[in-house]
Write a protein that binds this ligand. Structure first.
Ligand code: 5IU
Length: 481
């Protein structure tokens, strides 16, 4: 046995002794229970093992990767990376989990030059998604990722995902190897090893769409709506992108009126210029089944879709009732709904089931336009992840700025837009920006305009003007740079 192999053997035993490997029946993200759980978080309580592991990791990695900086994936790999950095005098970079709201807004902390090479350090790889996200953030600030070094590969396909995406990734240990070492040394029984083998066979992680090589590193802001339609996962979102491309409009009008008659009359007038009509049906005193039917007919005739901006926010069971029951029966007539992410993914799942196989989609609210709203940057980020994970039903996100997702099929819907010259606020918290600012600077795909159109003297002319301005801004965005 080489000296590195011997050191690895001893390390695995140390890890076992400090409880970094746990045996039992653990519920894993993939939905199949694992007989082994690797928990390297305990390392910080065992400085000697932490140091040994860190230095051994570098001894293993050095021949494979070269770089100017080290960047540990937060949080587990940070202490390990710090030890390597200090011992070998290699400068470190820190990737924030979220950009600070105030101050410098930097996502990568540390001193570097554009084009510098960076090595990523990670503790455990399952699907490879954390490394991929880190690569994206480093590349976004001009760094080059020369490789990724991993302590443990769980053996569920993550290393292949990374290699398929062009990332030079190396793992010092695999879970299988660790099991065999512990079995050979008499710490665990053969039955645990075979249970582990069985688990690994059953739990290979398919490449999640967000990690697919075809989607990784693409910039939706530069893609045409038609092109994005081909990678959209939610069928209704796909249909909307196709409609936008064909009809050359990314205008959504918020028809916030009080009577069914007004709603239908505006829908008919605005129809030719819009891709989407947004309703607040609960503000319409006489909204009936007939209203919904007539609205659907107009939407078919004029080729636009309907979004009921209900902003569901309760637990799954309740939102399902609110969606397909009650006086509004939203699921019957609205192609899309909006939903807050606050109550968790259960609500999205419940809405999907309540749609009852009708072609429906949902926009998750990740940011709001109103002054002083309480949404934080981490809430927004988690909402984007939730949208990605549930892209079968989630067609897009309601945001105020670009939170480019790894899924270019997701649509950014942005309200709070009004032509410059008008007011920039309504005195009740709403904040408006111009069509160009929304599309070019903030990354809006579909722009929601309400009173800017509905309160104008000639709503058809106003809609036409917004449509042409928004479409021109979109053309500039996809063609520039
Ligand atoms: N809306 C917002 N901001 C938001 C969300 C929804 O304005 O953050 I989420 C809705 C409210 C209204 C429309 O129905 O979009 C905007 O109308 P005005 O353009 O009239 O402000």
């Amino acid at each position: 046995m080489s000296s590195l192999e011997q050191k690895l053997n001893n390390l695995v035993i140390d890890l076992y002794k400090i409880g970094a490997l746990k045996f039992g029946d653990f519920k894993m993200k993939v939905g199949i229970n694992s007989p082994v759980y690797v928990d390297l978080r305990v390392l910080v309580s065992h400085p000697k093992v932490l140091e040994t592991l860190s230095l051994l990791l570098w001894e293993y990695a050095e021949p494979h990767v070269k770089g100017d900086h080290l960047c540990g994936v937060p949080y587990n790999a940070l202490s390990i990376t710090t030890i390597i950095s200090v011992h070998h005098n290699i400068p470190m970079l820190i990737r924030r989990k979220e950009a600070k709201k105030y101050g410098t807004k930097k996502l990568i902390e540390g001193v570097f030059q554009e084009g510098d090479k960076c090595i990523i350090i990670e503790d455990i790889v399952t699907s490879g998604s954390s490394i991929m996200e880190t690569v994206k953030d480093l590349e976004n600030v001009g760094l080059k990722v020369s490789g990724a070094v991993v302590i443990v590969d769980r053996g569920q396909g993550g290393m292949k995902n990374l290699a398929d995406n062009g990332i030079n990734a190396h793992s010092m240990l695999t879970l299988t190897k660790m099991m065999h070492i512990l079995c050979d040394e008499g710490y665990i029984d053969k039955t645990v090893v075979s249970a582990m083998d069985k688990y690994l066979k059953e739990s290979q992680i398919p490449i999640p769409p967000s990690l697919d090589i075809h989607h990784f590193n693409v910039n939706r802001l530069k893609m045409a709506f038609g092109e994005r339609a081909s990678v959209a996962v939610n069928p209704v979102g796909k249909g909307l992108l196709q409609l936008m491309e064909a009809k050359k409009t990314n205008l959504c009008v918020a028809v916030d009126v009080l009577s069914a008659e007004k709603l239908l009359s505006m829908a008919a007038q605005l129809g030719p210029y819009i891709c989407l009509l947004k309703t607040h049906a609960d503000a319409i005193s006489d909204f009936s089944e007939e209203t919904a039917k007539s609205l659907e007919e107009i939407s078919k005739k004029e080729n636009f879709m309907i979004l009921e901006d209900r902003k569901f926010s309760d637990i799954g069971h309740t939102v399902a009732l609110q969606y397909n029951q009650g006086p509004l029966r939203i699921a019957k007539w609205a192609h899309f709904i909006t939903c807050h992410s606050v109550s968790g993914p259960g609500a999205v799942g419940a809405l999907k089931s309540a749609a009852d196989d009708q072609p429906r989609g949902c926009f998750l609210v990740a940011e709001m336009s109103s002054e002083g709203n309480l949404i934080s940057s981490s809430y927004t980020k988690e909402t984007v992840s939730m949208a990605e994970e549930h892209s079968g039903f989630v067609a897009g996100l309601v945001t105020q700025s670009d939170h480019t997702s790894t899924l270019p099929g997701l649509i950014q819907l942005t309200p709070g837009v009004r032509l410059c010259g008008g007011a920039s606020s309504d005195g009740m918290g709403q904040q408006w920006v111009s069509p160009e600012e929304a599309v070019i600077k903030r990354g809006a795909d579909v722009v929601v305009v309400g009173r800017g159109i509905t309160e104008s003297e000639n709503i058809k002319e106003a809609a036409k003007l917004y449509q042409s301005k928004l479409w021109a801004a979109y053309q500039i965005r996809i063609r520039s740079g």
